[in-house]
Design a protein around this ligand. Sequence first.
Ligand SMILES: Nc1ncnc2c1ncn2[C@@H]1O[C@H](COP(=O)(O)OP(=O)(O)OP(=O)(O)O)[C@@H](O)[C@H]1O
Ligand SMILES: O=C(O)[C@@H](O)C(=O)CO
Length: 412
Amino acid sequence: MLLGCIGDDFTGSSDLGNTLVKAGMRVVQYSGTPAGPAAPDVEAGIVALKSRTMPVAEAVRLSLEALDWLRAQGCRQFLFKYCSTFDSTPQGNIGPVAEALADALDADRVIFCPAFPATGRTIYQGHLFVGDRLLNESGMQNHPLTPMTDPDLRRWLGLQTKGGVGHIPAATVWQGADTVRAALAAQDHRFVVTDAVRDEDLAVLGQAVADQVLLTGGSGIALGLPGNFRAQGLLSTEGPRWRGQAGPVAALSGSCSRATRSQVDRHIADGNPVLEIDPDAVLAGRTDARDAADWVLSRQGLPLVYSSADPDAVRAVQARHGTEAVAHKLDAFFAECARLLVAGGVTRLITAGGETSGAVVEGLSVEALEIGPEIDPGVPAIRAGENLVLALKSGNFGAEDFFAKAAERLAG
Ligand SMILES: Nc1ncnc2c1ncn2[C@@H]1O[C@H](COP(=O)(O)OP(=O)(O)OP(=O)(O)O)[C@@H](O)[C@H]1O
Ligand SMILES: O=C(O)[C@@H](O)C(=O)CO
């Protein structure tokens, strides 16, 4: 294993895997830190944690545990992947985790670059944009767990860390890798936010940090890394492998993000079988996973089971039962549903939502996921076993016809 990655959520980790596979690396994503060694032909390993919104100390502990395992697999460079919208609070977890990793690796310069231009996330003058809006006007200021109220990444990261935050502006990045390398060496601070507005900028940054032991960012920062390993003759010449899977398909969605809700609407409008889950009924025990799984298994085509709802409905349910209780019950519902579906013969399973996907993969007890080709930006096809393929979608990713498209890609 050459590149060792730690992802702070589940679908975010497969987003990173997607970038690395597209650039030609063989990638496996692990559900938490594995107990045993990795397969010998893995070139990039991603330990997917659910550390984005955990208490700081727990996120640090799990990240260091993942780092130890990745070091034991022989990795020579490490990447901490967080969200392209820098989801965090003034207390963490991005800063404290990065500090712990940098200390453990003795890293004297660490870049921070959540840019992901293909999905509209760009960084200019140290400020993060989503499309043509600053982060704090993009809707992210209302995020229930990590409201992003400041678009200046230097200031936000500064709240989470000691020692100040430096900056490499776009004008420097546009002068190429050598200039970036010199600018990085000349920084007064260990932590440095880097601008990037185009994929070309990410490629330059990737080249410039070839010798840095630790990098942090969104999936985009990985874009140039496979090229560094290839230039040293370290990558397999055959590239990533993929085998599609025929057979019954189903989709589960616990994501309430705007993009997912449009995808659900489109799936309904296209005349597919859908089953809407009422969270009150799940919490009261009136609806269980067995009923939903039986419903799916008796349908043709691409049945979708969803609890996706608009923000007002979500807030009302959370006010009635408490946010954690709702999340816990719905996660458990989708996890059990996934388990029953696969036991009932489903071979292609599509899941929308980071939290929901993490629960589904745990429900399926799959420990290693082989990353395959891209379905939509940030979302790869994944092989999870001899007869099982998955698509795990972050809430805000994917085209409107995502469910149908994913089913087709998983088969091919
Ligand atoms: N109808 C609903 N009412 C209240 N809460 C819900 C409802 N449906 C889902 N939820 C909860 O909303 C959360 C959705 O999180 P999830 O991470 O799966 O999706 P997301 O936030 O859209 O995706 P991402 O984290 O990738 O951006 C879960 O905790 C889930 O339990
Ligand atoms: O970086 C992103 O936007 C995604 O991979 C993600 O982490 C969304 O939760």
